[in-house]
Design a protein around this ligand. Structure first.
Ligand SMILES: Cc1cc2nc3c(=O)[nH]c(=O)nc-3n(C[C@H](O)[C@H](O)[C@H](O)COP(=O)(O)OP(=O)(O)OC[C@H]3O[C@@H](n4cnc5c(N)ncnc54)[C@H](O)[C@@H]3O)c2cc1C
Length: 386
């Protein structure tokens, strides 16, 4: 059996960062992936421009049972550390909004950079793992040879986008070594609506409007996009990270606008014309028809009706039936319970030499480059320790 200092299963962002750091410490590294190609999610990410970090990433931007868990790794390897690497490789980028950095040209530049950083690293692709056994060393039995190692790193990500090679392998290995796994769920995927809500909104598919969406303790001020299935767009994607079954989400269709005040000063105006100033026409019409308010002047409306209608526009409640699902989800939330891991190295507390990094762990970032930052930070922490 060929021996390596470190074997990493999963050639995504986290695995590659770990390989680069470990190989630069002169470790002999093997990276195994069942995909034919390395880093497929990096390539498609950010619409092909990879939102590779967020300058303001902090523990606040992550969902994790233990909100303190991410702090150590994020402090050890910050967005600015990754940016230094990006500068070293002269990759051009821009800040799309609120510190979310994207490549100007192509995500492949980030992948090529990571590969260039991997020095003494062997890649075995299109390789299926048959079995992992722990003796004095870890033994990895695969379709492409058997290998042993002192340090085994699981970087197989979550269940999102099965066609890109997602699998539950990491959760199975966690269970094999008696680690707790919080049942994974799709996230950053938006909402499926009930048939009643869908019936009401379905003609609006394709319409997008700026909103303020509240889900649990989180509020997002972003656009919503109506789709044939329900709600998408950044606001819905972000809210879906925090949404739990049976939760009601509240939508303010007129964010940061005091419509009551506007109405008060516009008594002789037609309500439809007035609302069209702030909402897409199709959405305005939908709301007015439902409440029998179409073609009326504001001073023709009953006070109470108007009050209720304004309340509805600012505080619209929807109870999604679920989020959209793994086919569309940018990430998988929950996963390997951080209680079993050391926060500064990602090593399993009870199994020396075994590490979990990246999305397979119960750490999920919001939309905006936070998930890659977690892949880099957790991969770096493990890379220094293996
Ligand atoms: C469409 C899309 C766009 C995204 N855009 C962004 C973005 O712009 N910014 C951002 O921060 N995040 C983005 N994300 C999220 C981000 O891509 C992930 O959080 C990140 O890639 C996770 O890295 P990872 O290394 O943990 O896992 P992955 O990148 O998923 O890598 C896991 C690797 O393990 C391999 N693997 C899985 N199972 C096995 C197995 N059984 N045997 C062998 N190998 C296996 C897979 O083939 C894969 O190569 C996006 C996600 C998607 C789906």
């Amino acid at each position: 059996m060929e021996q390596y200092d470190v074997i990493i299963i999963g050639a995504g962002g986290a695995g590659l960062m770990c390989a680069s750091v470990a190989s630069r410490r002169d470790k002999k590294v093997l990276v195994i992936d069942h995909n034919q190609k390395i880093g497929r999610k990096i390539i498609i990410s950010g619409g092909g421009r990879c939102n590779f970090t967020n300058l303001y990433a902090s523990s606040e931007n992550y969902l994790c049972k233990n909100p303190h868990f991410v702090k150590s790794a994020l402090a050890k390897y910050t967005p600015y550390d990754f940016l230094e690497l990006v500068h070293k490789y002269k990759i051009e980028y821009y800040d799309k909004q609120h510190g979310a950095l994207f490549c100007k040209t192509s995500s492949s530049e980030i992948l090529n950079m990571l590969l260039a950083e991997c020095k003494n690293t062997t890649f075995k692709l299109s390789t299926t793992i048959k079995k992992v056994v722990k003796d004095s060393l870890f033994e990895i039995y695969t379709s492409n040879g058997n290998y042993k190692t002192q340090s085994l790193v699981i970087a197989t990500g979550g269940l999102s986008i099965p066609k890109l090679g997602a699998s539950g392998f990491g959760y199975e290995i966690a269970q094999q070594f008696s680690l707790k796994v919080i049942p994974p769920k799709p996230a950053l995927d938006g909402f499926k609506l009930s048939s009643d809500d869908l019936q009401y909104f379905k003609e609006l598919a394709g319409v997008s409007t700026k909103t303020l969406i509240k889900c649990r303790h989180k509020i997002f001020n972003d656009p919503i996009l109506f789709t044939h299935q329900g709600l998408s767009g950044p606001a819905s994607l972000k809210a879906s990270l925090y949404w739990q079954e049976n939760d009601v989400i509240k939508i303010d269709w007129l964010p940061n606008i005091d419509f009551q005040e506007i109405v008060h000063n516009s008594q002789s105006l037609n309500i439809e014309n007035l609302l069209n100033t702030y909402l897409p026409k199709r959405l305005t019409l939908k709301f007015l028809e439902k409440h029998n308010l179409a073609n009326l002047q504001i001073n023709q409306l009953k006070k109470q009706n108007l009050k209720d209608f304004i309340e509805l526009l600012h505080n619209y409640e929807i109870k999604p039936i679920s989020t959209i699902g793994y086919q569309k989800a940018e990430v998988t939330k929950y996963g390997v319970d951080t209680d079993g891991l050391l926060a500064n190295s990602m090593e399993v507390k009870s199994v020396k030499g075994l590490y979990f990094i990246g999305e397979v762990i119960d750490v999920t970032g919001e939309l905006g480059g936070y998930n890659f930052q977690w892949a880099w930070s957790s991969g770096y922490a493990a890379g220094l320790s293996v």
